[in-house]
Design a binder for this molecule. Sequence first.
Ligand code: BG6
Length: 485
Amino acid sequence: MTSDPPSTLLLFGATGDLAHRMLLPSLYGLHADGLLPPDLKIVGTARSALNDADYRASALQALREHVPTDFFTEDKAASFVERISYVTLDATKAEGFAALRERIDPAQGLAIFLSTAPSLFKATIDGLEAAGLTGERVRLALEKPLGSNLASSREINDAVAVAFPEARTFRIDHYLGKETVQNLLALRFANSLFEPLWNSAHIDHVQITVAETVGLEGRGDYYDGAGALRDMVQNHMLQLLALVAMEPPADFDATSVRDEKVKVLRSLRRIGPAEVGASAVTGQYAAGAVGGQPVPGYADELQRTSSTETFVALKAHVDNWRWAGVPFYLRTGKRMPERRTEIFIQFKSVPHSIFASRGAAAQPNKLLIAIQPEENIRLWLMAKTPGLDRQGIRLREMPLAIGVDNAFADHRRRIAYERLLLDLIEGDPTLFVRRDEVEAQWDWIDRVRSAWGEAGVEPRPYAAGNWGPSAAIALTERDGVHWHD
Ligand code: BG6
């Protein structure tokens, strides 16, 4: 589903880190490949007092730093920045919006991207509305965090809904823009092989890991108020879980896909104070070493003590027919031993092993969907070790692997935001998060947090460079399950 492309992309937060590292390089990528509408103008705005030339120079600098060198050319960068202009604007002051209106005709179509602190969302929307920069041909994309709990997320959604109906609101979860995340849908729904097995009769459990080696990265002000549960689980990990667990949508369109995801999110079993001890482990990194380099602890980086979690491991359940009794183990953390995002599916054992009497053990099948940094899909199957078997049959697990990187080496790996920005420009919300999904996510997360509060759960220390506190290992071991490392 696409509509007439807008003539302008308006970027709030244009001098910020996301704009420099992701948004401008993504727009450059689309421009260089001839995918942006030829007449699309990009208007950046932020509080810094810059003129067009200053901002173009800083955009060029950002491209030189962040676009892979084999894809960067000065010519294309120069023609790209021709599209860009800049308006200095303090979103809390209504008068600044008049200057924007002078440059932009919303009747010609406008896509707005808010990459600012959520505390500015309401003022920005009021300003846009007062200046006449809303209407039928205007759509709005919002970056996370969309609130810090269900109540504040509703406030933001209500403020947005005053000027932008749901169909023109594009909530970003950049994980949905990742090629390998979309590939999960292809794996599940473009193959007949897995779907008949994709249920509690055949799957023992699911693990989702999002491990990062980085620490605070100078984002202490935001991160310390958020923590791993709200920063990573509320959005990215629950979206991954929903894509793994959802029923087959009737179509790959915004309504069908999001209808199925929200059903999963609403089926998540609530974790209360009685369960939280056994179902949710939190940790905070202490000094340690990552990749052989010593790194300080969280409190040292933050320069104060804090009870914010930088690691969380959860045991979740999707209470519906398909998934009854199948645990979904989730873990994410900063300062882990390696950067790794993956989904691991553990199938059940064969119902009866004909080889047991010949001394051979058949391991249950496993499927790994590695999302980053490696992109591959690996299925472990049992095979017979060659031989005459006089001492018994020997079986061995053999991986069947698709290295997505190599298999599609002729395709450029794109930044997730390239896909999302193009979908925004073309008006396709399939890979954006609908209000009911965000609210179902918050509802579940809020309950975990209040259960922690009631049960007095405090993060346990783990040395940087480890897979979280030992309680995270106990979380799965109690069920006889090992984390896939
Ligand atoms: C962001 C979080 O949403 O995702 C960050 O705020 C995190 O804390 C980042 O580092 C991870 O994204 P990616 O694409 O590097 O896995």
